[in-house]
Design a protein. Structure first.
Length: 68
């Protein structure tokens, strides 16, 4: 039950962040976040760059549409 409550709280928090970003704009949100929470902002930036640089596993890649 505690895990479910944690997950609900997490989901609500993510939804709240998305709502704020939509309300004030992503750029302003990120600038404010960077100003108020620089270490968290830096960690987010590192993680986003790591996600973008990872290779997609072969099983998830779209197969070539080359006819045989």
């Amino acid at each position: 039950m505690a895990d479910e409550l944690k997950q609900i709280h997490y989901n609500d928090s993510i939804s709240d962040l998305a709502a704020v970003m939509e309300e004030v704009g992503a750029r302003r949100f990120l600038m404010d976040f960077r100003h108020n929470y620089p270490k968290h902002f830096d960690e987010l930036a590192v993680q986003i760059n790591r996600i973008d640089s990872r290779k997609i596993p072969v099983l998830l890649q779209k197969p070539d549409a080359t006819p045989v």
